[in-house]
Design a protein around this ligand. Structure first.
Ligand SMILES: Nc1nc2c(c(=O)[nH]1)N[C@@H](CN(C=O)c1ccc(C(=O)N[C@@H](CCC(=O)O)C(=O)O)cc1)CN2
Ligand SMILES: NCC(=O)N[C@@H]1O[C@H](COP(=O)([O-])[O-])[C@@H](O)[C@H]1O
Length: 215
């Protein structure tokens, strides 16, 4: 019998990835979303959480003296829910080394590019500017290096002629909503873990790309 996996989800915006995780909940999924925490009060993801009966909290990073103070308060808020897992779902703040160390091995992120390409922001336009023929999204364990943690799963989408950042984002979003619930469920089921050598699925080291899905 798999124990419930208590998760706290961090957001900053629309929360469509949060919604995909909410929609993945069910009797045979050990994932339990105990709370959603946003650094922005206007994040629509807060409404999605409230509609699903999930506790919400807002912690405005601008209300803190510096990044370290914000992250310290964020840890205190998150730990109040005693999480087994912290899920970044469009959370748009770079986290301090202290935060990452505190949740090491139980901190996931989804990024809208085929890492290690296009770390950071504005990935869809950067893929177009680079004339990439392929683009996609990546789920990874979060490390101190921004978007540099061990890859868990990637989905590849084609870049089509005439694509704009908006059309590309829509194609990537569709895949995000598939791979994130999959990766989070792997963790919740105890199949996925972070080891010194990288990300392990069922005890086997995942490839450098993570589990690769071509669409
Ligand atoms: N230490 C880490 N922190 C975070 C990681 C990570 O891998 N290591 N992933 C990011 C998520 N992310 C991309 O996937 C990302 C989020 C935010 C930024 C960024 O430049 N943020 C700016 C503010 C931007 C804004 O408010 O719109 C900042 O924090 O100054 C880059 C990448 C989450 N954190
Ligand atoms: N670097 C972090 C980053 O850009 N994350 C991206 O923000 C979007 C959030 O959408 P959502 O709020 O609808 O889930 C997602 O596309 C996610 O990959």
């Amino acid at each position: 019998m798999v124990q419930p996996c208590n998760a706290v989800v961090l957001i900053s915006g629309s929360g469509s990835n949060l919604q995909a995780l909410i929609d993945s909940l069910g009797e045979d999924n050990p994932l339990r979303i105990r709370a959603v925490v946003s650094n922005r009060a206007d994040a629509y993801g807060l409404t999605r959480a409230q509609n699903a009966g999930i506790a919400t909290q807002v912690l405005d990073h601008k209300a803190f003296a510096d990044r370290e103070a914000f992250d310290c308060a964020l840890i205190e808020a998150i730990d109040g829910f005693r999480p087994d897992l912290v899920v970044l779902a469009g959370f748009m703040r770079i986290l301090t080394p202290a935060f990452v160390r505190h949740y090491s091995g139980r901190l996931l992120n989804i990024h809208p590019s085929l890492l290690p390409k296009h770390k950071g922001l504005n990935t869809h336009q950067r893929a177009l500017d680079a004339q990439d023929s392929e683009h996609g999204c990546s789920v990874h364990f979060v490390s101190e290096e921004l978007d540099g943690g061990p890859l868990i799963i990637q989905a590849v989408v084609p870049v089509e002629p005439g694509d704009t950042a908006e059309t590309l984002a829509l194609r990537v979003h569709m895949q995000e909503h598939r791979i994130y619930p999959t990766a989070v469920r792997w963790f919740a089921e105890g199949r996925l873990r972070l080891a010194a050598e990288g990300a392990l699925l069922d005890g086997e080291k995942l490839p450098a790309t993570g589990y690769l899905i071509r669409t």
